[in-house]
Design a protein around this ligand. Structure first.
Ligand code: 3PG
Length: 207
């Protein structure tokens, strides 16, 4: 999958921290039932990579990748586990070079003009804006649309039902990322129906 493919699957991209790999498949199914067929499983928990491995084997129709990928080692481990792409909270030349070397799509996190420029100079046109609301939200995305007209963003960090449409209505936004529709307590309590409901609520609220 290239950056466009990843950011076109669903208008909402779940950012997931999974504690127990047994929750991987029920969670993937709940998201899919809710209309969300992409998952960013972060490497913040030990179960993260195992969850990616399980989903990529058992549910190949789910577009699963990793998040919080900070270095080459994370990237190699992601690919080995079956990740179809990797998200990073930041951007560095080292990480970009590693993604080329290991042939896996990197969607880096950017929050400044220089970082967007670094992405563009490496032919990366699909980035996460992180942390979205703190780094300027809608206003910074509008500002970026002038000098970086070809750049596309997935704002993540501080996105919720209340501001979802403000972001999605921008021309340079393809999707948004977030945790509000995959709450940790719902995963911990095996309340997967709640996750399906929250996905539907978010998708139905898109105007
Ligand atoms: C994160 O790093 O956890 C993501 O940016 C999600 O942020 P959110 O919890 O504000 O959606």
């Amino acid at each position: 999958m290239n950056g466009f493919d990843v950011m076109s699957v669903s208008p909402i991209v779940p950012v997931i921290a999974i504690k127990d790999e047994k929750d991987a498949l029920p969670l993937a199914k709940a998201l899919s039932e809710g209309g969300v067929n992409v998952m960013e499983i972060t490497l913040r928990t030990e179960a993260g990579l195992k969850a990616v491995e399980i989903i990529s084997k058992e549910m190949p129709e789910m577009n699963v990748g990793t998040g919080t990928v900070c270095n080459e080692e994370d990237l190699i481990a992601s690919k080995k586990a079956g990740a179809k792409f990797v998200f990073s909270p930041g951007i560095s030349q080292e990480l970009i070079d590693a993604s080329i070397k290991h042939d896996i799509t990197l969607i880096p996190g950017v929050s400044t003009s220089s970082e967007v420029m670094l992405a563009q100079n490496n032919n990366i046109y699909y980035c996460k804006l992180f942390p979205a609301t703190l780094s300027g939200g809608v206003d910074i995305l509008k500002a970026f649309s002038g000098p970086y007209a070809k750049m596309n963003f997935c704002p993540t960090g501080g996105v919720n039902l209340a501001n979802l449409n403000d972001f999605l209505n921008l021309k340079n936004v393809l999707c948004v990322g977030g945790t509000w529709f995959v709450p940790k307590d719902a995963i911990a309590n095996n309340d997967f129906d709640k996750i399906t409901r929250l996905c539907k609520e978010a998708i139905n609220s898109i105007k």
